[in-house]
Design a protein around this ligand. Sequence first.
Ligand SMILES: CC(C)(COP(=O)(O)OP(=O)(O)OC[C@H]1O[C@@H](n2cnc3c(N)ncnc32)[C@H](O)[C@@H]1OP(=O)(O)O)[C@@H](O)C(=O)NCCC(=O)NCCS
Length: 179
Amino acid sequence: MKNEIYFRRLRENTEIKPFDCDSSELNGFLFDDAKIHQKQLVASTYLLVDKSRTVAYWSYLNDKIIVKDTGDSYEKFIERITSKLGIEIKAKEYKSIPTVKIGRLGVDKEYTHSGVGSQIIEYTKQLFSSERSSSGCRFITVDAFKESIPFYRKNEFEFMSGRDRKSETRQMYCDLLQM
Ligand SMILES: CC(C)(COP(=O)(O)OP(=O)(O)OC[C@H]1O[C@@H](n2cnc3c(N)ncnc32)[C@H](O)[C@@H]1OP(=O)(O)O)[C@@H](O)C(=O)NCCC(=O)NCCS
């Protein structure tokens, strides 16, 4: 019989089933920190679970793209973002652009390479580009581990700038209007 997978929002009383995505940092966040961050209203965590394991988890937090993230001058930033937004932004009207950040994303080792991660990204795109969304949100952002960059590239994320080229994580973004 096919293993059923369920979607859950993490709650204080949620039992966290075994999970290992090969990253001690991401495993540790789920078991030790996610509920605290949820309670403090700084990150909301969602889970996919089967009957015995946590299949995947991810968290969202409000974010913004600001001039210094892009490595551009203010004028260049406005030009670059304006061409993406397709509207003329008056100087100083938007010094930052509202985004949602995928703060964490991990897929259990038993489930990787089967499209689960990409489905979570697709769900996120639909969720935040919906007309019913309660506040403005133009991009999805992520601080991508180096090893996961091909995954985000495959899911239409671009690099924010070249300045973090040599870092262990790179800032990436995806435009919710260009999907
Ligand atoms: C990166 C991750 C979320 C991808 O999840 P997934 O469910 O395997 O992703 P998908 O099946 O939708 O796509 C897999 C594709 O992503 C790319 N990819 C790049 N690095 C990868 C990696 N370390 N593991 C899996 N896929 C990776 C490949 O193109 C892969 O295609 P393939 O299956 O044809 O080889 C998952 O591997 C994971 O949890 N990794 C450890 C934690 C991590 O790096 N999280 C990202 C935090 S920024």
